[in-house]
Write a protein that binds this ligand. Sequence first.
Ligand code: PBG
Length: 320
Amino acid sequence: MLIRPRRNRKSLAIRNLVEETKVTTDDLIFPLFLLEGQRQKIEVDSMPGIYRLSVDLMLKEIEECLTLGIKAFDIFPVVPEHYKDKTGTKSHDPKFFYLSALREIKERFPEAAIMTDVALDPYSSDGHDGIVEDGKILNDETLEILGKMALAQAETGIDIIGPSDMMDGRVGYIREVLDENGFEEVSIMSYSAKYASAFYGPFRDALDSAPKAGDKKTYQMNPANRREALIEGDLDVDEGADFLMIKPALAYLDVIKLFKDTYAQPIAAYNVSGEYSMLKAASQKGWLEYNKVMAETLLSIKRAGADIILTYHAKEFASL
Ligand code: PBG
């Protein structure tokens, strides 16, 4: 035999020399769930090890993560039911606890990259990402609110806006609103190929944001479709997105690879709540070794082509 592939596996030193993919803390964004008030910390039942935190405790959490090398955070608000309405008014009220917390976080840690989510669902009494009228999700009317929300978030000093709503035209609309108001430095990480996935279940528990009626299939993509993702990707590039995201990650590794091969923009993948919970549940039962399957999972997402991974594993990965 002239070619013996095992020669390149014979020792750790050689294996390390030929290793093609490495995940580091530089690649990760840690999603965090913000509660109103002070000294509040509530674990998410369906996401063991993940806590909803009030701003005082979130500042501590971010400080610890920074020490571990995690420098980017995606912050979502847990909005109490009495603040919700049809049009998500609280999403652009500068006095709302989410926006004041973002201001506090950015003031305290200017070096951290803070990302925010733009979509109506956490603030909506219908639990949908857009305005609902007669059971339909209105596209263009929703854009106006998304623009206000993005602007209110930009005003807090955050770094990256993440439109996760899947309304048509929202990246271009948000870019225009940001630029008109002097926020041309604020980036947009578009949820470009966001699928109507059942893997978001635990996240909706965490935020109590599940749709009150219907599903999200008229705006999120059909899991059966790959070519259609290119229509979304092309639009987002044309509309000025700085990063393109695929979501979820694990069941969509082929879409990650397609985007990596197609676009020059950095590619992000969202390793979503359900993907996290599966590994936690199996390891709690003693069926999987958590640390190993976690590392292998993140590696697979990076190997498929993701430059950036949004993941609930971030802090545990960094602690290893
Ligand atoms: C809001 C949003 C969702 C997630 C991120 N932003 C839920 C949804 O679209 O229903 C899911 C994240 C996760 O499951 O970890 N539009």
